[in-house]
Design a protein around this ligand. Structure first.
Ligand code: ADP
Ligand code: MG
Length: 731
């Protein structure tokens, strides 16, 4: 069989840019949302009564009653069928990290044997996927293996097109028979509701007209795109989403010529294609550009309500994977597909919006609205300060461990950057608000703050790109999230800790006003206290520097470098309490989730270990031995014709070098295998994860070192795995 790598290279050379019609005459506005059951469409297909009922549930998160559900289902079905839809599915986000669907056709047989197309309220509201094999952390023993998906009316139904098939997708939560959550969406909705309540209560200090506060999320998705044939020739990319071997190319990202550079044509065609699919699904994509590493790109939408934004991000990842195939490309969403070049993140821009149209993290125009801004701003910092470990836990994964702290992404230390002007404002509140407050102080302070804050708008350019949690003018940007993560995971934590902090804030302010303080003075007093208490989390310097790691340690900030350690935050007393108190997770749900995440970690490292062993033994070593034999024959020949040792010194040296690395690969693969066996004997999830982390994984680098050295010396013709320069630069 000829070399699979050369076949793949040949196929890249022959690859044509897939002709798509581009946007042509099409306006984005005309395709936007055409496959979504929302807005005007709903109006057209539902009676007034059903429409109102659905809108009301979408807003309040309450159930749609059974009779109305029948009407909504009928409207959805009529709409979908007109568009050629034959099947429907409850679409959900189990803890596998991908989305799940089980398609049912509208078609059914009535008792008299006649065939009809049916989709009623029952089918819309609830389904029972017979899938007992989703991660459940012991919540579902097999004898009670029922799980339910339940319609989430706050996220609109949509039509997913795949090839010539069209399916009506109903966004749902996924829960066990007893109501315990088994997915990302159920806790997300709870956290959104908890934050709504707590934030509205605090808004009422300033504005009684506010009746709803929604968390908003605008994600930025980084990804790599490589040729599919090359990806298929790399078992590690296929099975693990990242390369486990491969020497760095002569040229990487050091020339910094990729960032914002012109987009390669094949990729450009792919982008336009997935953008159009996204627009049909109502995903409001706005920007696209090249990222820092070769073959790395980014896209970002206009921000949306948090629940919908999360759905749209998971949907987008699915769409990207499907559309890439049409272009014979592969989209890599892994956090670190290639060693030595930047990995991919998913910045989560987060803010709070009121139903009166105010962004609570946007500085106001009057002293009163500025005080409201300061309140939410300071509470957010306090929340991160008090629960930094939970935020770190929320972004922990085997994949993200490769990226955090690798001088391309924020470190594992959580800190908050707010910029110079706001630092000055907070300093001022801290120093000028006195224990005993005078009316005079209040006036000065409010006016001073008010004068300063408009300068903030100019502060927008003053960005600190190294901070994991940066204030960027009217929102916080959580930058440590991994590119393949479900945004719900960080959002649940962020919403919950903010809800908790705001609840406490209200109590603290109420306590002062009950003692007779004026409300605004009480607010400032508590803010001052919070500013002082959360000072240690604020950092304006270079988060990538070694000095920061030391400084953070002095400040008592944690630096959990690995996933098993970071996940502990979910089972500390403090961590558990904040989830219980805000009704996000029960004890069993939280423990199950912790176990699922640890298990996921173990499985990922285990799969990588197996594959690395395979690649080293079945690809690298045979190539090395074959080449070494050629050298040996060469030496023999030279000897036969009577040349002395001096004439084949280089060959002898190479033969020895190769032997050394073969030995290195082999010994480490064997040692890794032994370590894995030991780890697998451990029943306790936590201990097993630690064992995999500290005793199995370290062999990855050792094996890789020798294998990559062999790649450099072995005859190129014999090397079966596409090389980094080919993966990163050929398309
Ligand atoms: P950049 O950070 O790249 O300079 P922007 O500041 O315009 O660009 O926004 C970056 C991201 O922040 C976008 O995805 C956008 O949707 C999101 N964003 C902007 N405003 C908000 C908000 N109020 N809430 C949540 N996300 C927001
Ligand atoms: Mg950003």
């Amino acid at each position: 069989m000829s070399n699979i790598r050369f076949q793949a290279l040949q196929s890249v050379a022959n690859a044509e840019e897939k002709k798509i019609n581009g946007y042509g005459e099409k306006r984005i506005t005309t395709m936007f949302g055409s496959n979504v059951f929302s807005g005007r469409t709903i109006r057209e297909y539902l009676s007034d009564e059903a429409y109102k009922s659905l809108m009301n549930s979408a807003k309040s998160g309450s159930r749609v009653d059974r009779r109305m559900a029948d009407q909504v289902a009928a409207g959805m079905k009529a709409w979908a069928e007109e568009r050629g839809v034959t099947h429907f599915t409850h679409w959900f986000q189990p803890l596998t990290g991908t989305t799940a669907e089980k398609h049912d056709s509208f078609f059914t047989i009535k008792s008299d044997g006649s065939a009809i197309e049916l989709f009623d309220g029952d089918a819309l509201i609830q389904q029972e996927p017979d899938a007992s094999s989703f991660p459940n952390g012991g919540i579902r023993a097999t004898f009670e293996a029922r799980g339910y998906t339940a319609w989430d009316p706050s996220s609109p139904a949509f039509i997913m097109e795949a090839g010539s098939g069209k399916t009506l997708c109903i966004p749902t939560i996924f829960i066990a028979y007893n109501g315990e959550s088994l997915d990302y969406k159920a806790p997300l909705l709870k956290s959104i509701a908890a934050l709504d309540k707590a934030a509205v209560d605090v808004c009422h200090f300033f504005d009684k007209n506010v009746s709803k506060v929604t968390a908003t999320l605008g994600w930025e998705q980084e990804y790599f795109v490589i040729d599919e044939a090359l990806a298929n020739a790399r078992p590690d990319l296929m099975m693990c989403g990242r390369t486990l071997l491969g020497h760095g190319p002569a040229k990487g990202q050091q020339l910094e010529d990729h960032y914002f550079g012109s987009i390669p044509e094949r990729v450009y065609a792919f982008m336009q294609d997935f953008e159009q699919e996204s627009y049909k699904l109502g995903i409001p994509l706005r920007t696209r550009h090249n990222e820092v590493a070769p073959s790395q790109f980014e896209c970002a939408p206009i921000f949306e309500e948090c629940n919908i934004a999360v759905d749209h991000n998971t949907l987008l990842m699915d769409v990207m994977n499907k559309v890439a195939k049409r272009h014979k490309l592969k989209a890599l969403l892994h956090e670190k597909p290639f060693a030595g070049v930047n990995g991919s993140g998913k910045h989560n821009n987060w803010s709070l919006a009121t139903d009166t149209g105010v962004n609570l993290l946007s500085p106001g125009k009057t002293p009163r609205t500025n005080l409201m801004f300061l309140t939410f701003f300071v509470n957010a910092i306090k929340a991160v300060n008090d629960y930094a470990d939970l935020l770190r836990g929320a972004i922990a994964s085997a994949n993200n461990d490769h990226r955090l702290g690798a001088n391309e992404a924020p470190p594992a230390i959580i800190s908050v950057y707010i910029g110079k002007y706001l630092s000055d404002v907070l300093d001022e509140v801290e120093t000028r608000v006195k224990e005993k407050f005078s009316e005079q102080d209040e006036v000065i302070l409010k006016l001073d703050i008010h004068k300063q804050i408009p300068e903030l708008l100019m502060d927008n350019t003053d960005r600190n790109r190294t901070s994991p949690f940066a204030f960027t003018g009217n929102k916080f940007e959580f930058r440590a999230v991994g590119s393949s993560a479900n945004c719900a995971s960080p959002m649940v934590v962020l919403n919950t800790i903010m809800a908790e902090t705001l609840k406490q804030f209200k109590k603290d302010v109420d306590a002062l006003t009950e003692k007779g303080d004026k409300k605004e003075i009480a607010v400032l007093q508590v803010l001052r206290d919070y500013i002082t208490k959360s000072k240690k989390i604020r950092f304006e310097g270079d988060n990538y520097s070694a000095e920061w790691a030391e400084e953070a340690e002095r400040r008592g900030l944690n630096n959990f470098k690995t996933t098993p350690e970071a996940l502990d935050a979910f089972v500390t007393e403090k961590g558990k309490q904040v989830f219980y108190d805000n009704g996000i997770y029960s004890k069993r749900e939280l423990e199950a989730r912790h176990e699922i995440m640890l298990e996921d970690y173990v499985k990922k490292v285990q799969i990588e270990a197996r594959l690395l062993g395979y690649l080293a033994t079945n690809h690298v070593l045979p190539a090395a031995v074959t080449y070494q034999n050629t050298l040996i024959e060469n030496v023999r020949g030279l000897k036969d014709i009577g040349l002395d040792k001096k004439s084949y010194k280089a060959q002898l040296h190479l033969i020895e070098t190769i032997s050394g690395h073969i030995q290195g690969v082999n010994d480490n693969v064997e040692a890794m295998l032994a370590a894995r066996k030991k780890a697998n004997e451990i029943a306790d999830f936590h201990k097993r994860a630690l064992k995999y982390c500290h005793e199995v994984k370290p062999y990855f680098d050792k094996i890789r070192y020798h294998a990559d050295k062999l790649e450099l010396v072995v005859d190129d013709k014999l090397w079966q795995l596409p090389k980094y320069r080919e993966l990163l630069f050929m398309r």
